[in-house]
Design a protein around this ligand. Sequence first.
Ligand code: HEM
Length: 408
Amino acid sequence: MAQFREITVVFSAPVVPYYDPYDTEIGADPFPVFRRLRDEAPLYYNEQYDFYALSRFDDVERGLKNSRVYASGRGVVLEQIKANMTMPSGTLIFEDPPAHTIHRALLGRLFSAKAMSAVEPKIRKFCADILDPLAAAGGRFDFVADLGVYVPTQSIGMLLGIPEEDQREIRERLTVATHDPGRPQERLTSTDFYSGGLFTDYINWRAGHPSDDLMTQLLFAEYDTADGKRRLTREEVLTAVNMLAIAGNETTTVLIGWTGSLLADHPDQRRQLAADPALIPGAIDEILRYAPPGLQTWRYVARDSEEHGVRIPAGSALGLLLASANRDDRQYGDPERFDIHRKGNRHLTFGFGAHFCLGAALARIEGRVVLEEILKRFPDWYVDAENSKLVRTATFRAWERLPVVTGA
Ligand code: HEM
């Protein structure tokens, strides 16, 4: 009798890459998933949350540039787009032309690289005031809790003209507002949050006491509209100031955290920076490329469009995966390698096109000055891993605590 052997044939469906922006496990190290998206699903569709996503450098850059079809007016966070909200006027990041073009021209004038450089000595002094006592006390410090959370608030506060004694309190109130763990959804979809009254008293006071700060310039700057010259209303100034505080604080804190972490992981490169500070600006851009504070930004698809031969219907949400674009081997040689000497490092961490980050020059100055001042005092450090904490939200991948021990 013939012998039959049982053979089991398993037909396995091709496993499609899956990206869930809310999944904290994926978020802790999203780069393997991003690589698969770029290679296997360059236009990705997520059925569960009903969004599309682009992940290759060229696609993300083109998507950011195409602001007429991929619009910001319904928010730049997935929840905002899904909530169908209307953002308050003057919130640049959520505006489309023509309002965006007018407000951007006005704010762009005030945010020139030259204006930002003027605050550099003050930022340096502020860092020294924090670092000197830490050096005297033995050199253990937390990149985020001791430095990272304060430098951005202080820098924006100095620009705006907020009295020094009030800046810490503002940071604390902003931190509570942006980190309310119970209600992240409400926060992102609350227009009150973006036009909040944290700065009302300062603005009202400054209107009667003009000075040479940004708040005064915002109050008194004139700009052209179709109906002639006008100034921002008090409400619009409040919204603009609040937006600057929100956009410029947490992002830069995250950059400072990753500076501590990546240079602890690459002591050889850290020592080169300590020996030759001229390398520091390039290192800051490599940190920004390698570990962008925001993994992605979102757009509302204003008209039917097509990507990779697939129609994206008007009304869809589209994710532009900045962090994935920054590691695309179609754009960079050996993109997974952290290399402070990288040439032609054009990354998308600050976005691109009409909404390119208004504070990029300021953020780069802050990152550079912080690192210069740290390396002057501490050329070596390692991370106290047991007490450090990496957090992942749908928007950020960041060190919440990064204590380091200095010395070789
Ligand atoms: C490392 C720090 C920072 C990072 C990674 C960052 C990232 C970004 C990105 C990706 C965008 C574009 C968003 C989009 O297209 O949807 C943006 C826009 C913006 N950023 Fe930043 N940012 C940083 C620091 C700052 C600072 C310090 C300020 C101000 C003080 C600032 C103010 C703004 C504003 C006002 C916009 C909106 C510009 C517009 O819509 O025209 N940012 N930022």
